[in-house]
Design a protein around this ligand. Structure first.
Ligand SMILES: O=C(O)c1cccc(O)c1O
Length: 544
């Protein structure tokens, strides 16, 4: 038996000892922690601005101090090392204060997105046995209070519900900043720093444990590749709890570099374009549908984009037709980013020729990333052929949190993660996205696990059976289509959508289209053929 690293948190797959030693020897893992990094940056960059949100500017030094105040408050209410806290915050300064205060206490944020609703939040709280849940009061027209009350009632582990806003029912985040000493526990670089969410394919999102050591390595490498440094200004328009704007290099990469982060509460050109001009933004990250919106908007706006050096596009397949338009429209570089919250991130390089940047999804960021492209029997395919991407490396997890059964399928016996993505490699070793083998819909970067939504729909009394597949869409790349075999009565699309809304699932997961059928096409093994269903809907759409 190989010796293993001691990781304290139950339910996490430890790194094999020899492999951890190798990543340390190769200087991938440098023994840093998030709590300490902010301390160091505050010493180095002191009065430099770390965060800008509207008219508010927070220096590195102030951020560091506010984090300590909040850590003291969190400790006072009883949060301690290895506790879990579900954090559902939009792009705000509080997001950073909360995360770093938790990091300093060794408490693990569980990152959820502002669009998540009761079904997701209650599950994250229950599954992680969270002690606290931190949420906005309202955001994008949604009031979180009713949901939070229901979550609190149904989740025995939850001791505190904390809100950004004003409320009599809940603890106010603002009251937790206290000028007090607190006892800083020993937080080790090999400890789990937080739990990130998977896009998922079977059932509800899996939780992804990431250690300080490996995540910080991914930030450092990302910064080198994206040329992020203390002069950079990173504009965050996507929800920053998502792995891509969080870490590729994202807001955490920006803090690591001593750069400035400009927060936009939304991604629309109306909000983002004036910020680019005013704050002299040098780099930002988009998903493909947003890139299309920005390309349209830029035609009619006269904004000064001269500070902009790089636009990253990732999260879903980016068509080369659209990719071509970025550089001429914004007079800056395009960088394609193909990554996953489980680890591996691929980038096109800033000095790559147009041909590569427009037609590929980049190559692994680390020389220590290992990739294999395999057929259904796990045999490596010939160069240039499509197969499933398997990967392991210095920042790719070895297992999901508390998921032994699923882990046995999602990882090979020698520790490769099965990405579920179908890719090929070009001669230069760059990845080209070809499709997907996992049962997931990628709706403009928002990943939907078909099974999760099917499980909700099957609960409808007029649904006998259901299968959800992707259908092509010019704007989002893919949308979701639910094929339903009705029971007794045929439910209308509006009824189905209202039903799902009421069950409290995130709106992006609600099927865009409902197709009523008498039976499903089957594979030779008698399973539902989703391939045939995708073909059916694709052809139907093409004929309209
Ligand atoms: O999850 C993703 O889609 C993703 C995309 C780009 C970069 C990342 O880090 C990601 O996690």
């Amino acid at each position: 038996m190989s010796r293993e690293e001691t990781i304290l948190l139950d339910g996490c797959q430890p790194w094999p000892h020899e492999i951890a030693a190798f990543y340390r020897d190769t200087d991938c893992w440098r023994g840093e922690t998030f709590g300490q990094i902010l301390r160091d940056r505050a010493a180095m960059y002191s009065e430099n601005i770390a965060l800008t949100y509207g008219e508010e500017h927070v220096s590195y030094k102030t951020l560091d101090e506010r984090v300590d105040q909040l850590a003291a408050g969190f400790q006072r209410i009883g949060l301690k090392k290895e506790d879990r806290v579900v954090v559902q915050l939009p792009n705000t300064i509080a997001f950073f204060e909360v995360c770093f205060a938790l990091f300093r206490l060794g408490v693990l944020p569980v990152f959820s997105l502002p669009t998540h609703r009761y079904s997701e939040i209650q599950y994250f709280c229950a599954f992680s046995e969270a002690k606290a849940y931190i949420m906005p009061d309202h955001f994008n027209g949604y009031n979180y209070f009713d949901m939070a009350r229901e979550v609190r009632e149904n989740t025995p582990s939850l001791q505190h519900v904390i809100t950004l806003g004003e409320s009599e029912d809940f603890m106010k985040l603002a009251d937790l900043y206290i000028d007090d000493q607190y006892i800083q526990p020993e937080v080790s670089p090999s400890d789990i720093a937080f739990l990130q969410l998977s896009g998922g394919s079977t059932g509800l999102s899996k939780l992804i444990p990431r250690t300080h050591d490996e995540y910080i390595y991914s930030l450092r490498r990302s910064n080198e590749i994206c040329d992020l440094n203390e002069q950079s200004v990173y504009l965050a328009v996507l929800p920053i709890a998502h792995n891509y704007p969080l870490s590729s290099p994202g807001v955490l990469g920006a803090l690591y570099a001593g750069a400035r982060i400009v927060l936009s509460s939304g991604p629309s050109p109306d909000e983002a374009f004036p910020l680019i001009e005013k704050e002299k933004v040098s780099i930002t990250a988009l998903v493909p549908p947003l890139a299309i919106i920005w390309l349209e908007a830029v035609k009619t706006r006269s904004c000064d984009f001269s500070s902009l050096q790089v636009i990253q596009v990732g999260g879903a397949h980016f068509s080369s037709e659209t990719a071509k338009r970025i550089q001429p429209a914004f007079d800056c570089k395009l960088q394609q980013v193909y990554g996953m919250a489980e680890g591996l991130v691929n980038y096109t390089r800033l000095d790559d020729p147009d041909e590569i940047v427009i037609h590929t999804q980049g190559r692994p960021m680390s020389p220590y990333d290992e990739i294999r492209i395999v057929d259904e029997e796990d045999r490596e395919v010939a160069q240039g052929e499509a197969g499933e991407l398997l990967t392991r490396g210095p920042y790719t997890i070895r297992g999901y949190y508390k998921a032994d059964h699923h882990n046995a399928k999602a990882f090979t016996s020698d520790g490769f993660y099965r990405t579920g993505d179908l890719v090929s490699l070009n001669e230069a070793g760059y990845i080209v996205m070809e499709g997907r083998v996992k049962d997931q819909i990628n709706r403009g970067g928002e990943k939907i696990a078909a099974e999760e939504v099917e499980d909700h729909l099957i609960a409808h009394r007029h649904v006998l059976d259901v299968a959800i597949v992707s259908m092509p869409d010019k704007f989002l790349g893919e949308r979701s289509c639910a094929f339903i075999i009705p029971f007794e009565q045929t439910p209308s699309a509006a009824e189905i959508k209202a039903f799902l809304q009421k069950r409290g699932i995130a709106t992006y997961k609600i099927p865009d289209r409902i197709e009523i059928v008498n039976s499903f096409p089957q594979t030779p093994f008698g399973k539902v053929s989703k391939k045939a269903l995708r073909k059916m809907i694709t052809e139907k759409l093409a004929n309209v």
